[in-house]
Design a protein. Structure first.
Length: 283
């Protein structure tokens, strides 16, 4: 890492136009497609969960996480006072989905089919639920209880103080800055890498920053069912940017990186199969 970072910095300095174009493209995509689907909902969800966390059932948090999309679920998990590791793993894995507004509106528009967007949304949500159930079943329930998340100022057993509107806006804005920052850095990394090895452009871009990859997948000269299924699988996995965003927001000690990658891969695989099956059956 001490060698890789200076090399990447030098690579950016030697390719200023490419670096700035990639960063600008990531920022535009964030402002036009990601921020509108995440920020307003997250503000209200933070205010709601901070007031109902003591009485909120796990499936209530799952529903709020699903509706908000990643990393809303990870951020809300920091406010949840539940202390069972199996339950927390289920919540973490099952809410690591992309925003329904993004999948239904933006992705559906890219595919030129609102139905395809609906199929992607349903497949990703169901895939996350199934992956979460499996992860919860296979989790060691005797694992040491993780400490409270970054938003909880009290002990884990005590409910968090209700967030004011201003506090919720501040917390959501910080989360959005994390999302934008990871999108920019990984888009730039993908652009610099694929400039040297163009044959790996699409898979590498999708693996690193799935929002950018989804745009390019939607434009591929492939049948609609296959494009829909590939986007469902890619968004179900989430890409490196989503994994990093969720990992930064999960309560410390909740899940290891290999476990997180495994369950995100399961999520993506199930989402792909579900979307492909539905699109072929309804073609």
């Amino acid at each position: 890492m001490p060698v890789l970072l200076p090399l990447l910095m030098l690579w950016m300095l030697l390719n200023p136009a490419l670096t700035m174009d990639a960063a600008s493209a990531a920022c535009r995509l964030f402002v036009t497609s990601v921020l509108p689907g995440l920020f307003p909902y997250m503000v209200l969800a933070l205010m709601l969960v901070s007031r109902l966390s003591a009485s909120l059932p796990p499936m209530g948090l799952v529903a709020l996480g699903w509706c908000g999309g990643s990393p809303t679920g990870a951020r809300l998990l920091g406010l949840y006072p539940g202390d069972g590791r199996k339950q927390r793993i289920f919540l973490a894995v099952s809410t690591a989905t992309m925003s329904p507004m993004f999948l239904l509106g933006t992705v559906g528009g890219w595919l030129g089919s609102r139905w395809a967007g609906t199929v992607v949304l349903g497949s990703v949500v169901i895939g996350g639920g199934l992956a979460g159930l499996l992860a919860g079943r296979l989790t060691n329930g005797d694992h040491r209880k993780p400490p409270a998340g970054p938003l909880v100022s009290q002990t884990e057993k005590a409910p968090p103080a209700p967030l004011s509107f201003g506090e919720a806006v501040e917390q959501a804005a910080k989360t959005m800055l994390l999302v934008c920052g990871t999108m920019v850095m990984l888009r730039v990394t993908a652009a610099l890498t694929t400039a040297a090895w163009p044959d790996v452009a699409l898979p590498l871009t999708t693996l690193l920053e799935v929002t950018t990859g989804a745009v390019e997948i939607a434009a591929l000269p492939l049948p609609l069912p296959l494009r829909t299924a590939i986007i469902a699988g890619a968004t179900g996995f989430g890409g490196t940017a989503s994994v990093m965003q969720n990992r930064a927001l999960y309560p410390p000690g909740l899940i290891s990186l290999p476990e997180q990658l495994l369950w995100q891969a399961v999520h993506g695989g199930v989402s792909f199969l579900l979307a492909l099956g539905v699109m072929l059956l309804t073609a």
